[in-house]
Write a new protein. Sequence first.
Length: 202
Amino acid sequence: MNDFLPKGYETPASEQNYMEFEEGTNTFRVLSPAIVGYEWFEDTGDGGRVPRRVRTEEEIPTEVINAVNDRDRAKHFWAFTVYNYNTQSIQVLKLKQKTIQRAIEAYTNNPKWGNPMGYDLNVEKVKTGSRDWDVEYTVIPEPPTPLDAGIAELAKFVPVRLEAMYKGEDPFAVTDREEEKPTPRKNGHRDMPFTRRARAHS
C-alpha cells in the first residue's frame, strides 16, 4: 500500500492571483488606482530568479541599467486590482506591455471614457508567429457602466495591498494587527449567484 500521501488526498486546484492574458479576448474591470514603477529579476544562486521592484527610475541599480542582456534590464510596469470575468475572480494585473499601457492611457485621457474603473476593458491577444514575443494586443473598452454590485461586494472580502509588491511581498497577504506578520490569503472567486450583463465576445 502506498502511504506517501494521506488516504483520499487530492491536489487542490490552483488559483492564480495574477491575471495573465490568454489568446483571444480577456475581459476585466479595474478595481483600484494603479501603482507604477520598474521591475527586474535577480538570480537567487540556485537557478531561480526573483523580482525586484522600485517606484522611480532613479532607484534602479547602475548594473541593471547597464545590463547587456535585455532580460536583466528593468521594465516599466503598472499594477492594479481587477475583476477577471474569464476566471470570475479578483486578481492583480501587472502590465508591462507598452501597447496596452498606451491604449489605456489614451482612454483615460479621453473625456468620453475617463477613469478605467468606470467601464470594462477587453484585451484581445493574437499570436502572429511561433516565437513567444510574436504577439499583438488590441484594447477595446465597453461603454461606461456602474460596477456590478456583486463584484463590489466580493472586493470587500479580498483586500489587496499593491504597495507590498515594492517589498517583494504578496499583495494578497493580510497583516495580523497583533503580530504584524503577513498571513497568506488566496484571491476571491465568485461562487455566489449574481446577475451580470450578457457578454458575447468571440
